[in-house]
Design a protein. Structure first.
Lengths: 217, 226
């Protein structure tokens, strides 16, 4: 056991970059999965809709920690050792995809049906109809809940520590093992998370209010 | 892919029973923490909407702090942090406290939204027919708010149940900890986690169905009266 020094706190603060990087990559991956899921959920084909719905159900109906473990150990199945970093990123992306897919489905369905019909009657195919007409309008509806979801995603990255990936919480644990000052260390960790998440929460709330005002007019 | 699945080992009674016990513990832990957090949340939401100014501020701060930090940190704070300032809890106690603390913050917001959705006229009317504030809250506002709250409370319960897997890190008794125990005994992590995945999924689907039924039964009469 040794005493806690200033450089230890610095170590903790710099571990934030892994939390942020993991969040960003998971958001990117989740965004790709999410848009596919959202388009499948709103498509004409029943098969695609059922597939997307089951995907969402599966990921929202089981614990994220378990999903991360499955990805982690699932790599061995195909003879790949994924390691904590890749499996955390992959697992979080797949999970975020389900939640973002559901959020964006709501946004797509929030755009009035007439827009879609008008685009189709102008002779636009499915691609241009969605990407040039519907999605740009859906974006506006999607921003507030998506920012709100980001808070969840940042918090979820803490579970990567259980796989052994050294992000903020794992750094805190390592530091705690050496110095045994759990109260101080974990409250610092909590404070750092709060500093990241709270502005996002506030932004999401403000965006929501602004959107509601825009619709009242 | 030349992996050979071996589910047989995990489905042996000695291992599978442990998983089933884990599931029961998960259910007990989540049900207990949901009931406790709902009780705290009703008091909290009342203070938040109509308490004194300092109480409003404290509740608001509590909700923001819990909602903007990961559950895992909260578990660590309670299990590792609290003993250093004199509160020692065993793993199961710490798990329950963490879940109630976390669940209350989210439930307060749900209850508050439910209460605020009831128009102020209802409270005025209750006052006008001579009910005291607490009576009018209990007899007039709460029953109506419950209807609005039921769906979000249902999903909050399922979220809490799924989140309870995280308390396995301090080795509290529940399904995820049982899974880790079984996989370390059988050396079959993937198969174990697949089976646990199915168990969690079935449980959350059952709860979803149960809440839908409660919604239909409990509020069937209020629909007819309108």
């Amino acid at each position: 056991m040794r005493t806690l020094t200033l450089s230890d706190i610095e170590f903790l603060v710099f571990a934030v970059r892994w939390t942020l990087l993991l969040s960003a990559l998971a958001f990117l991956g989740g965004g790709v999965v999410g848009i596919v899921i959202a388009l499948m959920r709103t498509s004409q084909s029943i098969i695609l809709r059922v597939l997307a719905t089951s995907y969402i159900r599966l990921f929202q109906g089981t614990p994220l920690l378990l999903q991360l473990f499955l990805v982690f150990f699932g790599g061995d199945l195909i003879g790949l050792s994924l390691g904590p970093w890749i499996s955390a990123m992959l697992g979080l992306s797949l999970n975020a995809g389900a939640f973002l897919g559901e959020i964006w489905r709501g946004a797509i369905q929030g755009v009035s049906k007439g827009q879609r019909e008008a685009a189709r009657s102008l002779g636009l195919h499915y691609g241009p109809t969605m990407f040039k007409v519907v999605l740009p309008q859906a974006l506006r509806l999607a921003v507030a809940p998506t920012v709100g979801f980001l808070v969840n995603l940042v918090k979820s990255t803490s579970l990567a520590s259980i796989l052994g990936f050294v992000e903020l919480i794992r750094a805190g644990q390592l530091l705690n093992n050496a110095t045994f000052r759990p109260f101080l260390i974990f409250s610092t960790v909590a404070l750092i998370y709060f500093v990241i998440c709270w502005p996002l929460t506030m932004a999401s709330r403000r965006l929501e209010v602004r959107l509601a005002q825009a619709y009242r007019r | 892919m030349n992996y050979i699945f071996q589910f047989g080992e995990i489905l042996k009674p000695v291992n599978f029973d442990e998983l089933l016990w884990g599931m029961l513990n998960t259910l007990r832990l989540s049900a207990l923490s949901m009931v406790l957090s709902l009780a705290f949340a009703i008091v909290g939401a009342m203070l938040r909407t109509s308490g004194p100014k300092w109480a409003k501020a404290i509740i608001a701060a509590y909700v923001e702090i819990i909602r903007n930090t990961p559950f895992l940190v909260q578990v660590f704070m309670i299990f590792f942090g609290l003993p250093t300032i004199g509160f020692r809890l065993d793993a199961n106690g710490a798990a329950l406290v963490a879940m109630v603390l976390n669940g209350s913050a989210y439930t307060i917001e749900i209850v508050r939204a439910g209460i605020e959705s009831i128009s102020a006229g209802q409270m005025d009317a209750a006052k006008a027919i001579g009910l005291r504030p607490l009576q009018s809250f209990r007899l007039v506002v709460l029953p109506q708010a419950l209807k609005v709250m039921l769906a979000p409370l249902g999903s909050q319960f399922i979220l809490l149940m799924l989140n309870s897997s995280i308390v396995s890190v301090v080795s509290a008794d529940e399904l995820m900890a049982a899974a880790q125990d079984v996989q370390s005994r059988t050396f079959r992590p993937f198969e174990t986690y697949i089976i646990v995945f199915v168990i969690y999924f079935i449980v959350s689907m059952l709860f979803q169905a149960a809440f839908a039924l409660i919604d239909r039964w409990a509020f069937a009469r209020t629909e007819e009266q309108r």
